[in-house]
Design a protein around this ligand. Structure first.
Ligand code: SDX
Length: 430
């Protein structure tokens, strides 16, 4: 990468700071020496103008609505590949050969079962516990079972931990779902592909034969591809920061799941569907558009807007197409939620508030309709997001661990609290 310098004048001091250029996208001013040379910090809560790391994994062009995984456009990967191929690409940087793909599928498949004592974790939860609470607990608890893959300094242990998490997330997610509906757990069946195995673990019952619908399995596999990684989003940044302290990989992924749960992030798919259900019919849309525009109303159109995309989220387009595919396959001719969603999108995209603020549908806007049609309850939507994003979190975590310049992340602050003052005894406090 070529580099030049940028002169920054702070008070009566001028400092030369190196500028680093990437292969594509914005260059960066390296401010790591700024405090040492000027005694001042930069200030950027929410990181709207701050690159926290260098990465080779995923690239987003928010203005053009472009998303690349290791340089490959998301629509091409979603069209031609499968989720485990995307996992291989994100982890190793290249698309696998047929032999590499077969070996990777085999290695992941051999880790799909969880330690049988994990079952006892579930009996401690109420049946109506949110499955994301269960996932945070169970993924964090994996470190209590797999001591042979928690030494992050050992590349082999990092690889085993990575395989285990990619393989076990569907099993734990299906167990969380089964537990919530009082049905027995269904064990993985390793002669099924990754996503078919997950559908069977979710929807099969011991009382009868379960046949995976290949159209639904392909659609869900594509949905996993869309959710696999997304640069330094909030949950990925959480995983990186947790990992920078040397925490074991299971604990780091559990931290990512906790962050993803928020309605401003991965929880938006559950919130978006609830919003569509609350709106109910197209005639009530203007009332909700007005609420979303009202500065005094905290309501936001869930599934709309994005920190980076100031154009249509490319994943939302593919998601919308998948929604129609799934509804057609299931013979759902007129889904009232879809009617509301399509009408809401059309109205919002013409409204000058949304146009001026560049608010477009994001990946969460249509995903809920699709997942609900497949039979998942809204409480499982973010669990599926976490299942798919686990590979992205792991790829980003691995990139950080393998970076020789990696140090513990420790941001500074602008302090606006009380200056130093002496202790006052309770008798003197009046
Ligand atoms: C994901 O980072 C990622 O990559 C995340 C993700 C991934 O794959 O990891 O893409 C997944 O999290 C997608 C986003 C899902 N969240 C939602 O759909 C929740 C609704 N959206 C918003 O909460 C919001 O748009 C965010 C959180 C997504 C982005 O927030 P920003 O970048 O901090 O933007 P902002 O809150 O500063 O909003 C800018 C303006 C504000 O108005 P002003 O103060 O400038 O007058 O736009 C308004 C906001 O009020 N606005 C909205 C809105 N989103 C932003 N107004 C109404 N409805 C909305 N949805």
């Amino acid at each position: 990468m070529s580099s030049s310098t940028s002169t920054v004048t702070v008070g009566d001091k001028s400092v030369e700071l190196p500028v680093k250029e990437g292969t594509i996208g914005p260059s960066v001013v390296d401010i790591s020496k700024l405090y040492g040379q000027t005694g001042m910090f930069t200030y950027d809560p929410g990181f709207t103008s701050t690159a926290a790391t260098e990465s080779k994994i995923t690239y987003i062009d928010g203005d053009k609505g472009i998303l690349l995984y290791r340089g490959y456009p998301i629509d091409q990967l979603a069209e031609h590949g499968d989720f485990l191929e995307t996992c291989y690409l994100l982890l190793y940087g290249e698309l696998p050969t047929a032999a590499q793909k077969a070996d990777f599928d085999y290695r992941v498949t051999r880790h799909t079962m969880v330690h049988d004592q994990m079952n006892r974790f579930f009996t401690g939860f109420r049946r109506d516990a949110h499955p994301m609470a269960i996932m945070v607990a169970c993924v964090g608890a994996l470190s209590a079972f797999y001591h042979d893959s928690t030494d992050i300094s050992d590349p082999h242990q990092r690889m085993i931990a990575s395989m285990r998490m990619i393989a076990k997330m569907p099993t734990l997610a299906a167990m969380a779902y089964k537990y919530s509906i009082g049905q027995p757990f269904v064990y993985p069946q390793n002669d099924l592909d990754y996503t078919s195995n997950f559908l069977k673990m979710c929807f099969a019952v011991p009382a009868e034969e379960y046949k995976v619908n290949p159209v639904l399995s392909r659609a869900l596999d594509r949905i996993f591809i869309l959710h696999a990684d997304h640069e330094q989003n909030a949950s990925t940044s959480t995983v990186r920061l947790a990992g920078s302290s040397g925490a074991n990989p299971f604990a780091c992924i559990a931290a990512g799941i906790a962050c993803l749960w928020g309605p401003a992030h991965g929880g938006a798919n559950e919130a978006a569907l609830k919003m569509l259900e609350e709106i109910g019919t197209p005639d009530r849309i203007p009332e909700y558009i007005a609420k979303a525009k009202d500065k005094n109303d905290p309501f936001r159109l869930m599934g709309f807007g994005h920190r980076v995309y100031k154009n249509y989220d490319p994943r939302a387009r593919i998601m919308q197409k998948t929604t129609h595919e799934v509804l057609n396959e299931l013979g759902i001719k007129d889904d009232p939620l879809l009617d509301v969603a399509v009408e809401l999108e059309q109205i919002a995209l013409k409204d000058e508030y949304f146009v001026e603020k560049k608010l477009y549908p994001n990946i969460d806007f249509y995903s809920g309709i699709t997942l609900k049609a497949m039979g998942f309850p809204t409480s499982m939507f973010t669990v599926l997001f976490a299942l798919a994003r686990t590979v992205g979190w792991i790829a980003q975590w691995s990139e950080m661990i393998e970076d020789p310049s990696q140090r513990i992340g420790r941001p500074r602050q602008l302090y606006t609290g009380s200056p130093e003052r002496d202790y006052v005894t309770v008798a003197q406090r009046g």
